[in-house]
Design a protein. Structure first.
Length: 134
C-alpha cells in the first residue's frame, strides 16, 4: 500500500477558455506539464457545453472574446452551478488588456484573480495552487 497521499486523489481538472489558438495550446501544455488535467476551449459556448459533461475544479478565462466575453462566461458558469446545486468553481481571469473598466466590472462580479498576459509561469502556477488547495 502506498503512503503517498496524492495516489488517492484525481488530477485537478481545469477548464480554460481563450479564443486565441496559440494561447489555448500554451495553456494546455503548461497545465498538463504542471500535473493538471486541462480542458481548453475557444469560446464561452464551448465552455458551458463542457461544464454540462464533466466537473471542473477551476475556471480560467480570457476577457475579450467574440460572442460571450469572459465576464459573461463567469456569470453563466456561476448560474449553472447554482441551478444544478454544485459547488462554485474558483475563477481566474487572463487578459492582455489593461482596461480599468473591465477590471472594475470583474471586481463588481466578485472575481478575485486577474492576471495580465503575458504572465510569469511561476506566478501563474502559484495562483492556480492557491485556488486549488483546500
Amino acid at each position: 500500500m502506498s503512503t503517498d497521499p496524492m495516489v488517492h486523489h484525481r488530477k485537478k481538472r481545469i477548464l480554460a477558455v481563450d479564443d486565441d489558438g496559440l494561447v489555448r495550446r500554451s495553456l494546455e501544455l503548461l497545465l498538463g506539464e504542471a500535473g493538471y488535467e486541462p480542458f481548453v476551449v475557444g469560446s464561452g459556448q464551448e465552455a458551458l457545453a463542457a461544464l454540462v459533461q464533466r466537473h471542473f475544479d477551476l475556471l480560467i478565462t480570457d476577457i475579450r472574446m467574440p460572442g460571450m466575453d469572459g465576464l459573461q462566461v463567469i456569470q453563466a458558469v456561476r448560474d449553472y452551478c447554482r441551478e444544478m446545486k454544485k459547488h462554485p468553481i474558483p475563477e481566474i481571469v487572463l487578459t492582455a488588456y489593461n482596461d480599468e473598466h473591465v477590471k472594475e466590472s470583474a471586481v463588481r462580479l466578485g472575481v478575485r484573480e486577474f492576471l495580465m498576459k503575458p504572465f510569469r509561469v511561476d506566478e501563474f502556477l502559484g495562483v492556480l495552487e492557491r485556488h486549488l488547495s483546500f
